[in-house]
Design a protein around this ligand. Structure first.
Ligand SMILES: NC(=O)c1ccc[n+]([C@@H]2O[C@H](COP(=O)([O-])OP(=O)(O)OC[C@H]3O[C@@H](n4cnc5c(N)ncnc54)[C@H](O)[C@@H]3O)[C@@H](O)[C@H]2O)c1
Ligand SMILES: [Zn+2]
Length: 352
């Protein structure tokens, strides 16, 4: 096995994110070290289970850990209370107690729901994240935000519950369909606009060999932000770059446009608007568009500024009179700005 990178996250009790190849086979050993007498249930979805569940179960068995599994139907439409109840019930049927743990094996949908289940089962048990998509590696598995969707909107019910360990096995990305791969790269490009530097350089070159470094850099950055602002009271809001227009595009499309693709367009829009409005150094959009195109991501939407504004008004992050937007001043320097809805409309209009 090649070298494993370890990134510490100092939030709550603190935990490690490990990035490398072949990490699925280390799950048993890792659980044995941190939770010697525990039992576990692996939560995974119907696409990931046939690919990786047996391997993780084998690793746990080899380490002498009693493990069950809970497989739910894949997809965002199943990130809901019903599936959550199913996971909690499996945990109870397997007689997990408070010293036991859950393991999330899958993308952001799986990680969000498993974290939520772990956060409320018996008032909170530990969980381990094993993300298997680019998006869940670079974004959702670190930081402790866990939620399900309600009929009234996305991610409206949830908890903050930090994982005890995150294992990013890069090999799992070999089976990830290309549209989901691109989706996750949108969040990586977003992060590159926040950080600039080496990550921005890596994102400009669409080379699969760069993906591991891109993931590691994104996690390093997110870990730092989450350490400084776990509850998203300030700096963590910067991670919403591209998400104001992005969420509006998702909503206008009836959630047919995937999250990452919508965030890609949202990031391109705000970069163009910042350049045209004189809010930036004038060249952010050129770099942003190059990065997005490098990973086959879209730059434009066919929805109008009126449609997007209407959708933004019902965004859960909108206040009564406006919304906090993330403005890229240059690649590597973004700032929060409180905007009225009229100002937001103007940015949408010129950014389209
Ligand atoms: N908690 C957070 O901070 C945070 C941040 C960003 C996004 N999210 C959430 O993440 C979710 C999106 O995550 P996602 O894009 O990973 O979606 P996902 O979990 O639905 O995975 C995408 C698709 O890929 C499949 N898949 C996963 N890994 C695979 C692999 N290795 N090989 C083949 N197929 C595989 C899944 O079955 C699914 O069909 C959304 O619900 C979003 O709200 C959460
Ligand atoms: Zn996002």
């Amino acid at each position: 096995m090649s070298e494993i990178q370890t990134i510490p996250v100092q939030v709550g009790k603190g935990y490690e994110v490990r990035v490398g190849h072949g990490l699925l086979d280390t799950v048993g050993k890792a659980v044995k070290e941190s939770f010697p007498d525990s039992r576990t249930v692996i939560v995974t979805d119907s696409n990931v289970a046939p690919l990786y569940l047996e391997r993780v179960l084998d690793s746990l068995r080899l380490a002498g850990i009693d493990a069950g599994s809970c497989v739910f139907a894949a997809g965002e439409t199943h990130k809901n209370m019903e599936t959550l109840t199913g996971i909690l019930n499996e945990a109870a049927l397997f007689r997990l107690n408070r010293k036991d743990l859950l393991i999330a094996l899958g993308g952001g949908v799986c990680g969000d729901m498993t974290g939520f289940a772990a956060g409320c089962y018996m008032r909170g048990i530990p969980f381990i994240q094993i993300p298997t998509t680019v998006l869940s590696m670079v974004d959702s598995s670190v930081g402790g935000k866990c939620a399900v969707d309600l009929p009234a909107g996305k991610n409206l019910a949830g908890v903050f519950h930090q994982p005890s360990l995150v294992l990013c096995d890069i090999d799992t990305l070999d089976t990830l369909p290309s549209e989901f791969f691109a989706d996750g790269m949108a969040e990586a490009v977003k992060t590159a606009v926040l950080t600039g530097g080496r990550l921005a350089e890596l994102c400009l070159t669409p080379d699969r060999d760069n993906v591991r470094s891109i993931i590691t850099e994104c996690i390093r950055y997110k870990a730092g932000v989450v350490q400084r602002d776990e509850r998203e009271l300030g700096e963590r809001k910067l991670l919403n770059l591209g998400h104001t227009a992005g969420h509006a595009i998702e909503k206008c499309s009836g959630f047919q446009v995937p999250h990452g693709h919508a965030v890609a367009v949202g990031t391109a829009m705000i970069a163009r608007a910042a350049d045209l409005k004189g809010l930036s150094d004038g060249s952010v959009s050129e770099t942003v568009e190059k990065m997005l195109l490098a990973w086959d991501l879209p730059l434009h939407t066919s929805f109008s500024a009126d449609d997007l504004l209407e959708a933004s008004k019902s965004d859960k992050k909108a206040g009564g009179a406006g919304i906090t937007a993330v403005i890229p001043r240059s690649v590597g320097h973004c700032e929060l700005m409180d905007l009225t809805f009229d100002e937001l409309y103007e940015l949408f209009r010129i950014g389209l």
